[in-house]
Design a binder for this molecule. Sequence first.
Ligand SMILES: NC(=O)c1ccc[n+]([C@@H]2O[C@H](COP(=O)([O-])OP(=O)(O)OC[C@H]3O[C@@H](n4cnc5c(N)ncnc54)[C@H](O)[C@@H]3O)[C@@H](O)[C@H]2O)c1
Length: 253
Amino acid sequence: MKRLENKTVFITGGLSGIGKACAIMAAMEGANVAAVDLKSADTDAAMAAIKKHNPKAIFIECNVADFGQVAAAVEKTVSTFGTLEVALNNAGIGGKPNKVGDMAEQEWLTVINVNLNGVFNCMKHQLVQMAKQKSGVIVNMSSILGKVGFATSSHYAAAKHGVIGLTQTAALEYAAEGIRINAICPGFIDTPLLAKGGITNHPEVAQHIVGLHPMKRLGSADEIANGFFFLACDESSFMTGSALEIDGGYLAI
Ligand SMILES: NC(=O)c1ccc[n+]([C@@H]2O[C@H](COP(=O)([O-])OP(=O)(O)OC[C@H]3O[C@@H](n4cnc5c(N)ncnc54)[C@H](O)[C@@H]3O)[C@@H](O)[C@H]2O)c1
C-alpha cells in the first residue's frame, strides 16, 4: 500500500538535494507533489525524476522570500490538487561565511529572508488552508545549527534557531485543530549546498566537517527523506512541536 496515495505534498526547494529526495520519496508513495523552487538549469531534469514516480507532479516557480509569490504557490497547489495534506518548508541557502563584526547587513538579511522569513511565508498560507480542512502536517527544515552555534554562520544559525521557535509556537497554536508541525535538524548532508559552501569540494574542509560527526561520515539526502516521510505519515501521529535530530550523533557530543 502506498502511504501518501492521493495526498498533496508541497515541497519548497524540491528540485535539489534534500528537497528533491523528499519529493521523489513522496511521489513514490503516491503523493501529488508540488515542487516549489527557483527556476534553474536543472529544473527539467529534477521534475522528470519526480514525475517518473507520479506524473501528476507540478513545478511552481517561486521565491520563498517573496510573500506574494508564496501565497500564489499555495493557491496554485490547492487549485490543482484540491487539498493540502503535507508541506515541507525546506528551501534554504548557506550564506557567505563571516564573523558577526565583519558581516555585511545585506548578507545577514539575505539568509534571514530565505531561511526564516521564507518558512513563515509558507506556514502563514499553508495554515489558512489546513485550518479550513482541520487537518494537515507541516515539516520545517531546521538544522543542527538550529540547536547550537557554528563560527562564521551566525545568519544561518539564527535563522535555523528561529525555525525551531516558529515550529514550536505554531505547533501549540494548531495542536487542537488536527494540524501537526515538526522540524528536522539534519547534520551535514552531502548535497549541492555543501559544494556551494566550499565544503565537499575542498578535501581538508570536508575531512574536518566529517570529523565533527561521531559516525565519521556525512549524511545522505535519503536519510533525511526517511525522517520527513515518518513525520508526514500517521506513524508520528502523537508528535508535534518536535525538532527531530538526524545527525550522525553531532549533537550528542
Ligand atoms: N546539506 C546540509 O548539510 C544541510 C544540513 C542541515 C540543514 N540543511 C537544510 O536543508 C535544506 C535543503 O538544503 P540542501 O542541502 O538540500 O540544499 P540544496 O542547495 O541542494 O537545495 C536547496 C534548494 O532550495 C532552493 N532555494 C534556495 N533559495 C530559494 C528561494 N529563495 N526560494 C525557493 N527555493 C529556493 C534551491 O533552488 C534548491 O533547489 C536547507 O534549508 C538547508 O539549510 C542542509
